[in-house]
Design a protein around this ligand. Structure first.
Ligand code: UD1
Ligand code: UDP
Length: 376
């Protein structure tokens, strides 16, 4: 019997683990144990994804909650160690680049348990990003490194990782999107927002997400972005599901006046609560453009063929720029507005898929995990 334990904790982890769990559930010879660190705990950032994605209830929730980087990471390690000692997995699976990812990887490897990292090798080359630190350290202690795009393979090789540890398998986040696209098409969010009436074609609108500390914790940067998006919103409504970190900062900086009243507005920058997966997928799929600082959304818009403006100075996902619909526009308000206007003048994009973004990444990962066990 193969014993695998996966650790998830924050919103983008859930869509990455869902296709893997679904593949593992098909195998009677694999026992799988799912741990939720509790890094995200609100229904809108955690619970709703378990129902939308048919994820089984976690076997354990460590309940760590919010805290500084050191407190959160240390607390996950402290609470995960006894679970690993008790359940004795042969391999711990971690996904992405959040604090739960590095905390789990470090706890496992120090107990002599192998770690498999899904979404390995991505690099923004910006060590001020907490995620860049998490990615590099997680890769450094992992035995199996599952990579989404060729740049990841190149980065790992450059860092001296032996080739036999690196597997270009495709993108589990895209597996998740392809598996749920049809269910998302039944979402009523667009009717609720008033951009689709009686099933007819949608009115133009943009979607916005923001949560990177570099954007939302700096008053000038956040104000610049909200000003640019406010100008764009004179041409079409901008729907803005607001991450709690961002909500807090908008309140702290007194920037509420940049936002419309979501109860009555049909124009302006319209704030919404963070959306469930199917609603958000539906919103993105029909958008004229998406403006974001999210990692995952850059990938999803590539496959959806929706123009994406990334409000950052860099991306760790260059395939979305080279092969996809993504443009990294930075945070200068004039540049954001110029890029958005250029999309309005030329809105059509073709859906593009980087190699192996075909919905079968989870199958490949599970196959490699089984072969690794047999050769152990
Ligand atoms: C985390 C990840 C980031 C990821 C993002 C996805 C790290 C270092 N950052 O950032 O890589 O892109 O998740 O959304 O792991 N909060 C709530 N409810 C919750 C969770 C958080 O209100 O359920 C609030 C708290 O005030 C908390 C703040 O959001 O302090 C930030 O949460 P945290 O998990 O530390 O970082 P994120 O910004 O969510
Ligand atoms: N997402 C969602 N609802 C939202 C915003 C994002 O379901 O209101 C999904 C999005 O489709 C993608 C994932 O959350 O699958 C991306 O997570 P996030 O942007 O929080 O983190 P990042 O990818 O930047 O680490």
């Amino acid at each position: 019997m193969q014993r695998l334990l996966s650790v998830v904790g924050a919103r983008p982890n859930f869509m990455k683990i869902a296709p893997i769990v679904s593949e593992l559930q098909k195998l009677s010879e694999v026992q799988h144990f799912l741990v939720h660190s509790g890094q995200h705990y609100d229904e809108a950032l955690s619970g709703s994804f378990f129902s939308d994605l048919n994820l089984p209830k976690p076997d354990v929730n460590l309940g760590v909650g919010s805290g500084s980087h050191a407190v959160q990471t240390a607390e996950i390690m402290r609470r995960l160690e006894p679970v690993l000692l008790d359940w004795k997995p042969q391999m711990v699976l971690v996904v992405g680049d959040v604090n739960s990812t590095i905390a789990a990887a470090l706890t496992a490897v120090k107990l002599g348990i192998d770690v498999a990292h899904v979404e390995s090798g991505l690099r923004s080359f910006d060590m001020t990003m907490p995620e860049e630190i998490n990615r590099k350290l997680t890769d450094a202690v992992s035995t199996l490194l599952f990579v989404t795009e060729q740049s990841g393979v190149n980065n790992l090789k450059r860092e001296g990782v032996p080739e036999e540890k690196i597997f270009l398998v495709g993108n589990v986040m895209i597996d998740c999107l392809l598996r749920h696209r049809e269910a998302a098409s039944r979402s009523l969010i667009l009717d609720r927002l008033g951009v689709r009436r009686n099933g007819s074609a949608c009115l133009p609108y943009a979607a916005l997400t923001l949560h990177r500390p570099s954007n939302v914790e700096n008053a000038r940067t956040l104000q610049g972005i909200l000003t640019a998006v406010g100008n764009l919103a004179k041409d079409l409504p901008v729907f803005f599901p607001v991450h709690p970190r961002t909500r807090k900062q908008i309140d702290n900086f007194g920037f509420g006046s940049y936002l419309a009243d979501s109860r009555t507005a049909d124009r302006g920058v319209i704030p919404l609560d963070p959306l469930g997966y199917l609603d958000f997928l539906s919103l993105n799929a029909q958008a004229t453009m998406v403006l974001t600082d999210s990692g995952g959304v850059q990938e999803e818009t590539t496959v959806l063929g929706v123009p994406c403006l990334t409000l950052r100075e860099n991306t760790e996902r260059p395939a979305t720029v080279e092969l996809g619909t993504n443009e990294v526009v930075g945070v200068d308000p004039d540049r954001i507005l110029a890029a958005a206007r250029s999309v309005l003048n030329n809105p059509k994009r073709q859906p593009r898929r980087p190699p192996l973004w075909d919905g079968k990444a989870a199958q490949r990962i599970v196959q490699i995990l089984r072969e690794h066990r047999q050769s152990a």
